[in-house]
Design a protein around this ligand. Structure first.
Ligand code: OXD
Ligand code: MN
Length: 579
């Protein structure tokens, strides 16, 4: 299929507003990528890294005030305010367009407007979706090449003339005062102005695959989730697929690429951030990764925490806001125990140890998924993979045990809805502030989250064998503040317990919050884990939980009567079980 008249009209409209000097349709080819890189090297948007040790790798330094997602400037623009819900900032579509229209009018004057048709999901899959974005940022076009499938392949997958999510992106003047990230789910439309940062500007990712995607998923009966996808292979070679939601800074990318410390077991990577999940004709939940690459956080990635990621970023990678060594290699906090001498910080200034971090805390790498040594051979299977377990992560010093399993689908949805995370000193200066982040979707759900919980609850009965739902917390600490569980590759021991639960092969003890592994059920061979310490990692404490359930109650309150009765009932049942 060639460009449709609807798409052409939309591009004309976008050009009419932004007035570019030139319009170029992106073809997604290698030659196009190379010429984008060349032009960015010429104008200083990219710096070359050491071609011997980091071939085809580049460093991009963003505007210092444009380094992260800006949730306060992100809006869901539905006709009815309640459809966006208390979980979103809301603006009426008219106000939003008037406001942002002012920033966008003439914003591409003397610039090239790239038209980027992109496909989210593997070619040939009934679960994939098309977007067409326009942008005046070559960095965004090159990054879209890595993160999505760009070019004719996208247009070929349109199922009708208007079967695409339209995205208008302009850097404009990059001013935070004139920045807005707007979603119009009723029009399948995104407007993003004033930011070149990935989460704001690579429109396929958070804007399309999660915010507009979650809206479409509810209408069409599927799930668009902020989840990694992994395959856990047992010693006999059988693979069980899991999807997992984790709040930020909870080791999601690390888990998706974990190297098993448990002999005979291995983890296959299918995705590190987003899962689109559909119920197939047999009632099986199946997941695809809509993305083609990883846009991962660099700091704390190391040979110890994630050797697969370290290997995959050694070539063909765009780094953003990392520090630079004198031999033109990237560096970030946590990469090596000691910083190398002579670093230049993320803003290009000579760096002195002991001051501000050399790499920005949200510095990133952008790289094709196929470069990951643990990428699953079937990660682009158009049919997706069958999901047997769903995992909700918490980051909590106290209260939440290492692992537990929900009683059933409804209880599992409650576990996801009441997911919590704790801020660290690095984030707020105040340790231990507990926040609710339902299904890790709080910043990404494109509609009222009460309706999102209802949609999850409604999905259960459509499944022949609903996946088991688990909750994990790798971050519980002892009285001295030490982590109780070693984490990283040892987390595979927990994954193994999940797989054995799914297969009905292992035991569990019932607690008020769900099932926890019974004595001996977690494989601990080779691990220094005295019985007392294990008990502490799995302990369910009545007083801690009562406090936590009060927090959950406070989080649910703004949703009012729209909150599904089953969620309220699950909370009340949990309270009752603690009496
Ligand atoms: C991400 C995020 O970049 O969740 O994946 O912010
Ligand atoms: Mn994410």
């Amino acid at each position: 299929m060639s460009v449709t008249s609807v798409a052409e009209q939309w591009v004309e409209q976008a050009a009419g507003l932004t007035r570019p000097s030139r319009i170029v349709w992106s073809d997604g080819s290698k030659a196009e990528y190379e010429s984008l890189i060349e032009s960015m090297l010429k104008d200083g948007t990219l710096l070359p890294l050491n071609p011997r040790t980091y071939p085809n790798c580049y460093l991009h330094r963003s505007h210092p005030q444009d380094v992260a997602r800006t949730e306060q400037l992100t809006f869901i623009c539905t006709r009815e305010r309640d459809d966006a819900g208390p979980n979103n900032n809301w603006m009426s579509p008219e106000d939003a367009k008037e406001h942002a229209g002012g920033y966008l009018r003439g914003a591409m004057r003397d610039r090239t407007m790239w038209v980027v048709p992109y496909l989210m999901g593997p070619a040939g899959s009934s679960m994939n979706r098309v977007g067409i974005m326009v942008t005046d940022s070559p960095y965004v076009v090159a990054s879209m090449h890595i993160m999505t499938r760009v070019g004719p392949v996208a247009l070929q997958h349109m199922r009708s003339d208007d079967d695409f999510v339209a995205g208008l992106h302009s850097l404009a003047d990059l001013s935070p005062e004139r920045r807005l990230i707007l979603h119009f789910p009723e029009e399948k439309l995104i407007w993003s102005v004033g930011s070149g940062y990935g989460g704001n500007a690579l429109l396929g990712k958070k804007c399309h695959a999660l915010r507009i995607g979650s809206w479409q998923a509810r209408q069409e009966g599927w799930l668009a989730e902020h989840m990694l996808i992994i395959g856990v292979e047992d010693p006999e070679g059988e693979v069980t697929y899991l999807a997992a939601a984790m709040p930020s800074a909870s080791g999601k990318t690390n888990l998706s690429m974990a190297i098993s410390q448990l002999p005979g077991w291995r983890v296959w990577t299918l995705g590190d951030d987003i899962a689109w999940m559909h119920v197939d004709a047999l009632g099986q939940l199946r997941a695809i990764n809509p993305e083609r690459g990883f846009f991962g956080v660099a700091p704390q990635t190391s040979e110890r925490t994630n050797p697969n990621a370290m290997a995959m970023v050694r070539s063909n990678t765009i780094f953003t806001n990392v520090a630079l060594t004198p031999s033109k290699e990237p560096w970030w906090e946590g990469m090596t125990p000691e910083p190398p001498a002579g670093l230049v910080d993320w803003q290009g200034r000579p760096w002195t140890p002991g001051g501000a971090p050399a790499a920005h805390a949200n510095s990133r790498f952008t790289v094709l998924a196929q470069q990951c040594p643990s990428i699953a051979p079937n990660w682009e299977d158009p049919e997706g993979v069958p999901i047997s377990g769903i995992v909700f992560g918490s980051r909590r010093t106290r209260t939440v045990p290492l692992v537990s399993e929900g009683f059933d689908w409804t209880h599992g949805v409650f576990l996801g809805a009441s997911m919590t995370t704790e801020t660290t000193a690095a984030i707020t200066g105040q340790v231990g502030v507990v926040r609710c982040d339902s299904m890790a979707m709080l910043p990404f759900c494109g509609y009222n989250m009460a309706d999102y919980f209802t949609h999850w609850l409604d999905t259960g009965p459509r499944l022949a064998r609903p996946p088991r739902i688990f909750r994990v917390n790798w971050f519980r600490r002892d009285a001295e503040g030490r982590f109780l569980w070693p984490g990283y590759g040892e987390n595979v021991r927990v994954l193994r317990w999940m797989v054995e639960r799914i297969r009905g092969q292992t035991g569990a003890d019932e607690t008020p919050i769900g099932y926890v592994p019974s004595a001996g059920a977690l494989e601990l061979d080779g691990l220094d884990m005295p019985a007392e310490r294990l008990r502490e990692t799995l302990r369910v404490d009545r007083d801690e939980w009562r406090e936590s359930l009060d927090e959950t109650d406070r989080f649910f309150a703004p949703f009012g009567p729209r909150l599904p009765g089953q969620i309220t009932a699950s909370l009340a049942d949990t309270r009752r079980r603690f009496v």
